[in-house]
Design a protein around this ligand. Sequence first.
Ligand code: FAD
Length: 281
Amino acid sequence: MESQKQYPRTYSFEFFPPNTPEGQEKLRATTRQLAQLNPKFFSVTYGAGGSTRERTLGTVLDIREMGHAAAPHISCVASTRENIREWLQRYKDNGIKHLVALRGDLPSGLAAAGEFRYANELVEYTRKEFGDHFMIEVAAYPETHPQAKSAQDDLLAFKRKVDAGANSAITQYFYNADAYYRFVDECEAMNIRVPIVPGIMPIGRFSQLARFSDACGAEIPRWMRKKLEGYGDDTASIRAFGLDVVTALCDDLLQHGAPGLHFYSLNQAGLTTTIWQRLGL
Ligand code: FAD
């Protein structure tokens, strides 16, 4: 963890672009609440294949209009170089200088025809076409991306993204802090020199979390799963347990020198704010 201690701590909150006017209004209220915590930026996800791109940009501009920094995500799966160039140009024309570059996932069953195979190609292309205009964040997987051939291959894939010009990384969420510490140490040994900010998923509902985790390869440790399953429909107990576990995880990460936290806030302010207050940030 030594190399991570040199970076200033960065706190950020992730949203998805709402698809109704009510959702938009609610997100404004969430933004106002979370902005009081003074994050470095908000980030807004991007549907694979560009399905949300207008709304992603609209949400970023909305947050900026409210006076806060916001970074759009962009994913390259099923896109042509021309699509991506055009969209990066729109980001640039709108004064955006910070983005999260991903490969993305297509809904199962759809073929991923496109000119980019992996996120390192997107980072390389962005640098080639736009030089140093954008600060680029990429994804990292302390518990290994589910499609990786091996943990070592996944580390090499992460290194390629950094070598292609990524400035910083945000991890997939995890509940095993040791997986993150080991991952960071391995990156350090491979001379990967960027901040690797842990992604934090607050726990609100167990069924949703279990579904997400199965899809993205994030492990819910057995002891947590058993507890959460045992609460059944008792959402108050799930939230109370989740707040305890996630606050302790964040505390441990910061004490070990993590360079900040990125909360998957899912357009809600409550859990993130409570964790934040308990951490005394
Ligand atoms: P990559 O880095 O390209 O890796 C994908 C897989 O390919 C890995 O298994 C890797 O090991 C493997 N790989 C890489 N290079 C090679 C190679 N040369 N040969 C063989 N295998 C290789 N998804 C969205 O659709 N929209 C979002 O807004 C979004 N935001 C996210 C934000 C964060 C912080 C994170 C962690 C994930 C996000 N995702 C998002 C999900 C992400 O798109 C998926 O996890 C996706 O499956 C991988 O994206 P990536 O950019 O990490 O891909």
